[in-house]
Design a protein around this ligand. Structure first.
Ligand SMILES: [Zn+2]
Length: 377
């Protein structure tokens, strides 16, 4: 399998701020762990250094007014109408270089798209990408520019058929909104229910509109849903839909905030469950553009995306973390010796009502969505 890993240390030039949950150091530590395991020196691997996107690329999805506000905010100063575009203290802070940061993240996604679409590489991974909440004219949920949407739009212009699978704990609302009325892209988001988590959307009855009816799929989970229930529901819904739709390329958002110890969310997955999901997405993807996403426990992010990258390359990793990485991680206050660790959790995830509700949603989706999705016409 020929793969590409897109990365630059220049990500570390940017900072959401000391109290913000999104820590850019997680990208560096992921890179360091992957490198320490020797997974960038495999003969089948190409490392691509991130190049910034062009402003025109951003305009394929975002409005001119919004882009001009973002560009002005690049100096780190808040101006009058920025609030009405979702910017300001809180989730989407104005920090120096935020426009450049967005150009880099989106550029990396477009590089991943280009190398996979051209057939040069079968899989490409942009760990900085997956900023799935950004809307056409509004920053949201730590996301300023929606790189998954911009990447998918580029694939559509090349005539590719695209399925999007989003396993972040939060609903992939920005991507859903962009393709809600078209049958050209199948979007599937698995996430914690909007009743208990931002952005408060992604209910099973949101299935698309007009020609797009059936092509937006949402699988919301109750708080404390564990590996077993999650994997069961994934298997019931995702493979049948991908087989019907027959994509040329799968774009996935691989957020790591669904873990039981993530500080922002309430799902109850372990890294063992995450690894199984990644293996299934690989099996379902004829070609694969993999993007990062959320994840607010830095150690989880580095370990989970390293494991994902190992799966992408068909490589088995030893559970003992390499010493060179442990030293670097300790400098960032991160300890712990094992890649996977214990899979046994407190059994509150075994609550029967979680399974019953998930079964109800799975059967609802089978009734409403399955018959509507078809392959190339
Ligand atoms: Zn998230």
């Amino acid at each position: 399998m020929k793969t590409a890993f897109v990365y630059t240390d220049a990500y570390l030039d940017y900072d959401y701020g000391p109290t913000h949950p999104l820590k850019i150091i997680r990208l560096k530590l992921t890179y360091e762990l992957i490198r320490a395991y020797g997974l960038l020196s495999l003969p089948s691997v190409q490392t691509i250094i991130t190049r910034k996107a062009e402003e025109d690329d951003l305009a394929t999805f975002h409005s001119k007014e919004y882009l001009s506000i973002l560009k002005q905010a690049n100096d780190g100063h808040l101006r009058g109408d920025a609030y009405s575009y979702g910017l300001g203290p809180g989730d989407n802070p104005i920090f120096p270089g935020l426009f450049d940061w967005s150009l880099s993240v989106t550029g990396a996604t477009l590089q991943a798209v280009d190398t996979v679409a051209s057939g040069e590489r079968e899989i490409a991974f942009n760990i900085a990408g997956g900023l799935h909440h950004a809307m056409r004219s509004r920053a949201s949920g730590f996301c300023y520019i929606n790189d998954p949407v911009i990447g998918i739009l580029k694939l559509l212009r090349m005539g590719k058929r695209v399925a999007y699978i989003d396993i972040d704990a939060h609903h992939g609302d920005g991507v859903q909104a962009a393709f809600y009325q078209t049958n050209q892209v199948l979007t599937i988001s698995l996430h914690e229910s909007g009743h208990s988590l931002f952005p408060g959307t992604g209910f099973e009855y949101e299935i698309g509109e007009g020609e797009g009816e059936g092509y937006s799929v949402n699988l919301p989970f109750q708080p404390y849903t564990d590996d077993e229930v999650y994997l069961w529901a994934f298997e019931e819904i995702v493979p049948p839909l991908i087989h019907r739709f027959q994509p040329d390329i799968v774009v996935s958002q691989l957020g790591v905030d669904s873990f039981y110890d993530d500080p922002l969310t309430n799902l109850y997955l372990t890294i063992h469950g995450y690894e199984k999901i990644i293996r299934r997405i690989k099996e379902l993807s004829p070609r694969w553009v993999a993007l990062g996403g959320g994840g607010y426990d830095v150690s989880n992010v580095a370990r989970a995306w390293t494991l994902a990258w190992a799966v992408m390359n068909g490589f088995e990793l030893n559970d003992q973390l390499p010493e060179t990485y442990l030293k670097k991680a300790a400098e960032s206050g991160i300890h712990g010796k094992e890649l996977r660790g214990d899979s046994k959790l407190h059994p509150r995830s075994q609550r029967k009502d979680i399974r019953t509700e998930t079964e109800r949603i799975v059967s609802y989706l089978k009734k409403t969505v399955f018959a509507k999705v078809s392959g190339r016409g």
